[in-house]
Design a protein around this ligand. Sequence first.
Ligand code: ADP
Length: 294
Amino acid sequence: MNLWQAIAADISATTGQPFHIASRRALGGGCINAVLVVEGDGQRWFVKTNEAAKLAMFKAESEGLRELAGAGTIRVPQPLCHGVAEGTAYLVMEHIEFGQGGEKIARRLGEQLAALHRVTAPTFGWRRDNVIGATHQENTPATEWIEFWRTRRLGFQLDLAARHGASASLLRGGEKLLDALPALFADYQPLPALLHGDLWGGNYAADVHGKPVIFDPAVYYGDREADLAMTELFGGFPPGFYAAYQAAWPLAPGYQTRKTLYNLYHVLNHFNLFGGGYAHQAQRMIAGLLAELR
Ligand code: ADP
C-alpha cells in the first residue's frame, strides 16, 4: 500500500464510509508542511504531510483544533485522523471552502475571539507541548503568568537564540528584561485564557457562509493580550476586528507596552527559524521595553 492508499484507508476506517482518492491537488501557502486537498466518493479532505518525526506536531495540532472547537465560539476545521505511513506523517481534517473576507468578517472574528478568551483554566500552559512555526513550544502548566512567560516563552527562545549565535548584547538585554518582567505586571494580573497562539493574518479566513474560521493554532492558556498582540505583528487585522474585540471585552491599560513583550517571543522565534534581520528587530524591542521600565 502506498502513502495515499494508506491515508485513504485511514479516512475510510475513521468515518466508516468508503473512500478512495480520485484526485489529489497540492495547495500553496503551507509554511511548514505540504498541504493538499484529496477528493473521492463525494468527499473532500484537507491533508498535511511532513516527515515521520513530525507526527507529534500533527497530534498536537489535532488536539489544539479540538480544544478550540470545544469552546464553541469560532469555527475551526474538525480534525479527522493522523498517523505515519511510508515514512511520512499526515494529518487529515475537514476541508473548508473559503469565501470573501472583509470588515464584516473581521468584526465577527473580534467578537468571537473575545468569547474564546473567556474560556479559562486553573493554570497557564496546556496539557501538552506543541509547536510554534517549526519550533518546540513548552506548555508545562504554571500558576504564575510571569514565571510562565519568563521560562516557557521568552527564556526558551533566548536560550535557543544563544545557540543560534545571537549577539552578546541581545542576550544581555534579554536577561535584563527577564529580571524586569514583574514591573510590566504591577497593576495587571492576567487570567489563563484559551488562546489560538499563532494568530497572524494567514491563520484566519471566512467560510462561504461568512463565518470566521481560524486554523493552524499553537494552543495554550495564557494572557489574552498575547493573541491580540500577534494580530498586530505582521500588518494588523482590519480596524473592525479591534473595535469589536474592545466592545466585547476592553483591554487593560498597559497593553501597548506588553504587546511588544508578547511579540518579542515571535520575533525571537523568527530569528531562531530564519536568522537575519530579526535579531535587530528583537534587539530594538528589548531596548524599547527596558527604556520604558527605567
Ligand atoms: P502550515 O501548517 O504549513 O502553516 P496551514 O495550516 O497554514 O499550513 O495551511 C496552509 C493553507 O491551506 C492556509 O493558508 C489555508 O489557505 C489553507 N487551509 C488550511 N486549513 C484548511 C482547511 N481545513 N480547508 C481548506 N483550506 C485550508
